[in-house]
Ligand binder design. Structure first.
Ligand code: CAA
Length: 262
């Protein structure tokens, strides 16, 4: 039996508890593939439909929340394959259907698709070890799961451009200053803090919480769907370039890429 890709457990003693979901591909730094996103999506929808759950916490492990979409799984994809699968589209936005609050509890790397998944959560509590970034440009692609749309909304255009164009990582303190995360806590307190926040929400009115969430999202997401759709088409188109093949092959072969602008 292989390990489950997401470990799900119920936490809390009250009538309504918390669904704790731990991403579980530790050897790959929780790189996100279709299978994992399917499992996560199913778990999210099940928790949303469960009257005994008030809040959801998504976390990774000490080293990584998630280091991005799985590069090995997409390195050889052609444009046609990316479109046909459909790749990144089918199961990456399931989380947006969830009416209950979803808290991202982030320690270690939250990069690429990992940063994007964290940003799809309603708020992020970060360990002081957290590192956020959108390093896709080093692979000659760009963020493909909403990063170019959600990051500027969260941290402003200048910092978003800096992160997306230089691929640099941002530590937890900078992420808090920029407004990407709601609070930073000691790494060994991360889960306690996230579960305590969830427990507060579990004790509140479910409908009010769901509607408050919907309203905040309304303010945040105006025009987002168009933006994400646009971003995804551009993202897919980069799989027609030689540089994408070279960038991903170089990563997997642990060597510097030789980009040719083709
Ligand atoms: N996909 C697949 N495998 C990954 C991965 C990813 N995104 N990130 C890390 N891994 C794997 C590594 O290949 C390595 O596997 P092996 O042990 O079999 O060699 C293992 O996880 C551990 O990684 P490292 O040895 O590289 O660990 P490190 O501590 O030296 O570096 C890191 C950590 C800086 C996070 C580095 O792993 C890294 O740069 N990862 C890639 C980050 C990235 O580019 N993310 C964006 C992906 S594209 C994307 O997400 C598209 C999108 O928007 C949807």
């Amino acid at each position: 039996m292989s390990e489950p890709l997401v470990l799900v457990e119920r936490r809390g003693e009250g009538v309504r508890g918390t669904a704790l979901m731990r991403l579980n591909r530790p050897k790959q730094l929780n790189a996100l593939n279709s299978e994992l996103m399917d499992v996560l999506g199913r778990a999210l929808l099940a928790a949303d439909a469960d009257d005994g759950i008030g809040c959801i916490v998504i976390t990774g492990n000490e080293r990584a929340f998630a280091a991005g979409a799985d590069i090995a799984a997409m390195a050889k994809k052609t444009y046609a394959e990316a479109l046909a699968e459909p790749f990144i589209t089918r199961n990456w936005e399931t989380i947006r259907q969830v009416r209950k609050p979803v808290i991202g509890a982030v320690a270690g790397f939250a990069l690429g698709g990992g940063c994007e998944l964290a940003m799809m959560c309603d708020f992020i509590i970060a360990a002081d070890t957290a590192k956020f970034g959108q390093p896709e440009i080093k692979l000659a692609i760009l963020p493909g799961a909403g990063g170019t749309q959600r990051l500027p909304r969260a941290v402003g255009k200048s910092k978003a451009m800096d992160l997306v164009l230089t691929a640099r990582m941002m530590d937890a303190a900078e992420a808090e200053r920029a407004g990407l995360v709601s609070r930073v806590v000691a790494a060994d307190k991360l889960l306690d803090e996230a579960l305590a926040a969830a427990e507060i929400i579990n004790g509140l009115s479910g409908p009010a919480v769901a509607l408050a969430k919907a309203c905040v999202n309304k303010s945040f997401e105006g025009g987002l769907a168009d933006g994400v759709d646009y971003e995804r088409r551009i993202f897919h188109s980069l799989f027609a370039t030689a540089d994408q093949k070279e960038g991903m092959a170089a990563f997997l072969e642990k060597r510097a890429p030789n980009f040719t602008a083709r």
